[in-house]
Design a protein. Sequence first.
Length: 249
Amino acid sequence: MACIGCQWQLQPTVEHSNSEEVVLARFDRAERLFLTTGDFAALQQMKTVYPIETRTLIEDVLQLGLVDEPDINTRFLYFFQDSTLQTLMLDVEDQYHDVSDLNKDLTQAFKRLVKMVPGLTVPHIYTQISSLDQSVVVGDSMLGISLDKYLGRDYPIYLKYGYSEQQRRMMTRQYIVPDCLGFYLLGHFPLTAEERDSANLRDVHMSRIQYVVNKAMGRNVFTHPGVKRVADKMARHPELTIEQLLSDH
């Protein structure tokens, strides 16, 4: 995807959602409560209500160690005492106190997507704060959105740490849903080894994914020439399904 610096990681499978409505699980709030107060009850909520999310954040995203290590809670708490990270957490709460718009857009977009690609199901989607690491963490049936990567193109911390204009342009609220769709598709239709080694083949594959994201969004989020070429191809071959398009290497 064009979202520079993002990564996706496969996580343990969880039960598929049968509901058509997507409601973001606010793991970030339990996380923030523990990291700002050291409240043991908040830590217990993280580990009991959000066990996979907690393990993924600590072990895979932040790479602080194993979640069962005796001192991991102290390391996790200490890591986020940095003033920049404390500011990120407060600003996430301020900007994302209400996510009803994201729930609505995710519901509509995934409803379109699963109709276009019958093998897909609506994933479990949760929010987190990841210390400016991955924007979206992807599993077979789950997605984790790092809200600290979507605080606006002119957000002072992004400017301070040298994010480019191209990067900051996509670090906004409006790119959360397209990124979720794109990385979820990439998890199910990954790049082959040949495509990873070839910039041209990689661009073709990613353009196909972005074309499908546009269709699921109901608007053209991505408009670069590669996506336009895919749109032209699909117009010339109406018999070609979305699944065939994504599976054709």
